[in-house]
Design a protein around this ligand. Structure first.
Ligand code: ADP
Ligand code: MG
Length: 296
C-alpha cells in the first residue's frame, strides 16, 4: 500500500488539494498559498487564515527553553501572514503536553507566544489543551487581514521579473530557527511602495520554495548562484530551510528603485529573474537539489 513517504509532502498536499476543492464564493485563495484568503464581508479587506504546528523532535530539540518554542510556534505563522502582505490580528493556540510538564514551563511557553504576537499587535484569544504520551506540540492558528489591493499571492510572477530575497539563507539550525523575526514590517513596506507580483516566505529552503512559486504560477526562475545571500554553503542556502525570509518578484523596472529606497538594515538581494520555462534553474541549469520534505 502506498504511504505518505512514497508520495512525499508535496505529493500529499497536491492530493488533499483535489479532495478539498470548493465552489464557495467566499474563498478567494484556497490551498496552495501561505494563507487561505477569504472574503469576510469587511469592505476593502480580505481575511487571511493559516496554521502551522511545532512538534518536539521535529521542529525543536527536547530541552529547548519553552519561551523559545512559543516564539517559534507563533513566529512561523506570523511569517505566513507577512508572505501575503497582511497584518496578524487574532490567534488560537492548541497544545499537547505530557502530564508531568511543570506548570512554569507552560507559562514560559505562553510568554514566548505572547512576545512574538505582541510585537505585531496580535492577540491570543483561545485554544485547546490535550495530553500526549510522547512528543509535545503547539499548533498556532492565526487570522490576519490585508487590504485587497495589497494582497500578494505566490502565483503572480511574470517572465522578466526581478526576484529578491531578504536576509541571508541557510544555517538556521544554529539558532535563527528559534529566534527569527517575521518580516511583517518589511512586507508591509513593500506592498505600500511597490507592486509586488508574487511573494512567499522561505520555510523549506530556497530550492523547494522557488519550485512552489513555479507550481503556483505561470513562470519559472533562473537564480544566479553567486548572488544568493548566505550564512554558509550554497547548498545550505538552497536546502536548509526555516529561514523565514521573504522571497518575491517585482517588475525588473522597479528593481533599482527598490534597492535604493529599501529602508531596513536587513539585507535585500536581487538573486535572479523569472523566466518563461516553468522550471527552477541555477545559472541556467535545472536545479536538482531539494529542500525539506517531512516525508521524503
Ligand atoms: P507554509 O509552509 O507556507 O505553511 P506549505 O507549503 O507547507 O505552506 O503548504 C502549502 C499549502 O498546503 C498551504 O496552502 C496549506 O494550507 C496547505 N496544506 C498543508 N497541509 C495541509 C493539510 N493537512 N490539509 C489541508 N491543507 C494543507
Ligand atoms: Mg509560508
Amino acid at each position: 500500500m502506498k504511504t505518505v513517504r512514497d508520495i512525499g509532502e508535496f505529493g500529499l498536499i497536491a492530493r488533499l488539494r483535489n479532495l478539498l476543492v470548493t465552489k464557495d464564493r467566499s474563498v478567494a485563495v484556497n490551498i496552495g498559498d501561505d494563507c487561505a484568503v477569504l472574503r469576510s464581508g469587511v469592505k476593502g479587506k480580505y481575511l487571511l487564515l493559516t496554521c502551522d504546528p511545532v512538534v518536539e523532535g521535529v521542529h525543536y530539540r527536547p530541552g529547548t527553553p519553552p519561551d523559545r518554542v512559543g516564539w517559534k510556534a507563533m513566529a512561523r505563522n506570523l511569517s505566513d501572514i507577512a508572505a501575503m502582505g497582511g497584518l496578524p490580528r487574532w490567534a488560537v493556540v492548541s497544545i499537547g503536553l505530557r502530564p508531568d510538564t511543570p506548570v512554569r514551563n507552560v507559562e514560559q511557553l505562553y510568554a514566548g507566544l505572547r512576545a512574538a504576537a505582541g510585537l505585531f499587535g496580535c492577540a491570543i484569544v483561545g485554544g485547546d489543551t490535550t495530553h500526549v504520551a510522547r512528543e509535545p506540540f503547539v499548533v498556532v492558528t492565526l487570522v490576519g487581514e490585508v487590504e485587497r489591493r495589497r494582497l500578494v499571492c505566490r502565483s503572480g510572477a511574470r517572465a522578466g521579473d526581478a526576484v529578491f530575497v531578504t536576509g541571508k539563507l541557510g544555517g538556521s539550525i544554529r539558532g535563527k530557527h528559534l529566534r527569527f523575526i517575521p518580516r511583517i514590517h518589511e512586507a508591509r513596506w513593500l506592498t505600500q511602495h511597490f507592486r509586488i507580483h508574487a511573494m512567499m516566505d522561505v520555510s523549506d529552503g530556497l530550492a523547494s520554495d522557488l519550485q512552489r512559486l513555479v507550481d503556483a504560477g505561470a513562470v519559472g526562475f533562473d537564480v544566479v548562484s553567486r548572488a544568493v545571500p548566505r550564512n554558509g554553503s550554497l547548498r545550505a542556502a538552497l536546502t536548509d530551510g526555516e529561514d523565514f525570509e521573504l522571497l518575491f518578484a517585482v517588475d525588473a523596472r522597479d528593481a533599482e528603485a527598490l534597492k535604493r529606497r529599501w529602508p531596513f538594515r536587513l539585507p535585500l538581494t536581487e538573486i535572479g529573474r523569472a523566466i518563461r520555462r516553468r522550471m527552477v534553474l541555477l545559472d541556467g541549469v535545472p536545479l536538482t537539489v531539494r529542500g525539506y520534505d517531512h516525508f521524503a
